[in-house]
Design a protein around this ligand. Structure first.
Ligand SMILES: [Ca+2]
Length: 263
C-alpha cells in the first residue's frame, strides 16, 4: 500500500513541473529537447509508454535573446502650453519708395455750401428818365423844370430843381426835343454849371418850329445835368400845350465803376 502512494506522489510531482507551450499548442515538458519534440511529431515516443520514469534536474537558464525590432511610432502627444512672448525686434531700415498707387474711387458728393450774400441786382444799375413840359418856358438862365413825367423810376431826375443827378457813374445818353413858338429859342445843356451843348432856332412868324439835340456824356456820381435857356427872354421860345410837347430824356448807356469814376 505504501508503494502505491509513492507512485501516486511521483506522478503528481511530474505533472507539477513547469511545462512549456509549444508553437502548435501541444505541451512540452521542461527539459525536453527540440529533438525530442521532433520525435514527438514524427515518430512515436517510445518513452511515453513508460509513465513512471523519474524527472531530471532542471536545466540552467538560457542566454538572453537578441534585441527585438523597434516598435511602431506611438500616437501624437497632447499640445504643449503657449510659450512666452518674445522681445521686440530691432527697427528695420527704410524700404525703397514704392510706385504711386492707382487713383482711389470717386468720393461721395460733399454737402452744399452756405448760400452766398445777395449780389447787386441788375435793376440797381438802371438809371433812366423821360420828362416833358406842361407849359411854355418863361424863366431864363435857370434850369428848365419838366413836370410832365413819362418815366422816372429811379427818381434820378428832380422835377423841383429841374436837374438830373448822377448816382451811377458811367456813360449817359441825353436827348431833347423842343417845339419852338412864338419866338427864337436858344438852349444850353449844362453839366455842373457849364454848358456843353447848344441848340438854336430862329422862329419865323406863323410857323411852328422844332429843335432837338443829343449827346453822350461820361458822368461821375454826383454830377448834375440840366437844360436852360441860354440868353435873355428873346431866346425863350420853348413851347408846350395839350398837343405840342417839348421833352428831355436821358439814360445810363453803361456803368463804369473804375476808381476814377467811383469817387
Ligand atoms: Ca426855324
Amino acid at each position: 500500500m505504501k508503494l502505491l502512494w509513492r507512485l501516486l506522489l511521483l506522478v503528481l510531482m511530474s505533472t507539477k513541473q513547469s511545462v512549456a507551450q509549444t508553437e502548435d499548442g501541444s505541451e512540452l515538458a521542461e527539459g525536453e529537447s527540440a529533438e525530442a519534440s521532433v520525435v514527438k511529431l514524427g515518430v512515436p515516443d517510445t518513452r511515453q509508454s513508460c509513465a513512471m520514469w523519474m524527472g531530471g534536474v532542471p536545466g540552467t537558464p538560457g542566454h538572453s535573446g537578441l534585441p527585438g525590432r523597434d516598435g511602431r511610432d506611438g500616437l501624437a502627444g497632447p499640445k504643449g502650453d503657449k510659450g512666452d512672448q518674445g522681445q521686440p525686434g530691432e527697427k528695420g531700415e527704410h524700404g525703397e519708395k514704392a510706385e504711386p498707387g492707382l487713383p482711389g474711387p470717386r468720393g461721395f458728393p460733399g454737402t452744399p455750401g452756405v448760400q452766398g450774400s445777395p449780389g447787386n441786382s441788375p435793376a440797381s444799375h438802371h438809371s433812366a428818365f423821360s420828362v416833358g413840359l406842361t407849359s411854355p418856358v418863361s424863366a431864363t438862365n435857370v434850369p428848365i423844370r419838366f413836370n410832365k413825367v413819362f418815366l422816372n423810376e429811379q427818381r434820378h431826375y428832380d422835377g423841383i430843381s429841374g436837374k438830373f443827378r448822377c448816382v451811377l457813374p458811367g456813360v449817359y445818353f441825353f436827348t431833347y426835343h423842343f417845339t419852338i413858338y412864338p419866338r427864337d429859342a436858344k438852349v444850353g445843356l449844362y453839366r455842373n454849371d457849364r454848358p456843353v451843348l447848344f441848340t438854336y432856332d430862329q422862329y419865323k412868324e406863323r410857323d411852328l418850329d422844332q429843335a432837338s439835340g443829343s449827346v453822350l456824356l461820361k458822368l461821375q456820381a454826383g454830377d448834375e445835368v440840366w437844360l436852360q435857356v441860354y440868353g435873355e427872354e428873346e431866346f425863350s421860345g420853348i413851347y408846350s400845350d395839350n398837343t405840342n410837347d417839348s421833352t428831355f430824356t436821358g439814360f445810363l448807356l453803361y456803368p463804369d465803376f473804375t476808381e476814377e469814376n467811383s469817387t
